[in-house]
Ligand binder design. Structure first.
Ligand SMILES: [Zn+2]
Length: 217
């Protein structure tokens, strides 16, 4: 773990050798400089990274009941699109219904209007296509999104949960059937860590690295 003291003593150790030989044996220096030269070991693994992006995207959703996110990644581990569930472009979110059903007006149901996260991610891609890509989704895709996933050429689906209301049971079964027939691999996401914490409270460059006199906190 890096500490403030480490930066404070950087100057004293500029000429330190990370490894030194004594009595024919190589000794590993524990000087701050040596520690600084080592890579971090607690960095985000790919799977955690991409699912985190999907989860973060879900936070953009205005749906009061279900927030879903998706992240599409190509074979080079590059993100080519993200998406979350929301109303179509040009449709005023504040004027659209967000309830599941309204016995007095069948048109007052979000299901008739909301674009799912997978749909938005596929349509909003920043690459020419998403062939052979994989998609990270916070919720197992419904059968409508399954069709889109298959037709777009996505080959792998990594989902976080398959828990949803009864309405989706048949839909999920159809999705599974479609994926199996079309040869789309799907698997549950296995996290390598419990949580990812994002501190948005303050972003400040360490003064040990930057000595800009005009800096004002
Ligand atoms: Zn869907």
């Amino acid at each position: 773990m890096q500490t403030e003291n480490m930066y404070d003593t950087d100057k004293e150790n500029l000429n330190d050798s990370s490894n030194s030989s004594k009595n024919g044996k190589t000794q590993v220096s524990t000087s701050p400089k040596h520690i600084f030269n080592q890579q971090r070991t607690d960095y985000l693994q790919w799977e955690d990274y991409f699912m985190s992006v999907a989860l973060l995207s879900a936070q953009r959703s205005k749906d009061p009941n279900k927030q879903v996110g998706a992240c599409i990644v190509n074979q080079e581990n590059k993100i080519v699109s993200i998406g979350y569930n929301g109303m179509p472009m040009g449709c005023n979110d504040s004027e659209m219904p967000w309830c599941k059903s309204d016995p007095e007006n069948k048109l007052n149901s979000k299901y008739l209007y909301v674009c799912h996260a997978e749909m938005n991610a596929i349509l909003n891609k920043n690459s020419s296509d998403v062939k052979n890509c994989r998609i990270y989704v916070t919720l197992f895709p419904c059968n409508e999104c399954a069709k889109l996933i298959i037709q777009s050429g996505i080959k792998t689906v990594i989902f976080k949960t398959r828990t949803a209301g009864k309405k989706y049971f048949v839909s999920f079964e159809a999705t599974q059937k479609l994926f199996e027939m079309a040869g789309v691999e799907f698997r549950r996401y296995l996290p390598q860590r419990e949580e990812v914490v994002l501190d948005l409270g303050m972003v400040r460059v360490r003064t040990a690295f930057v000595s800009w006199k005009g800096w004002k906190s």
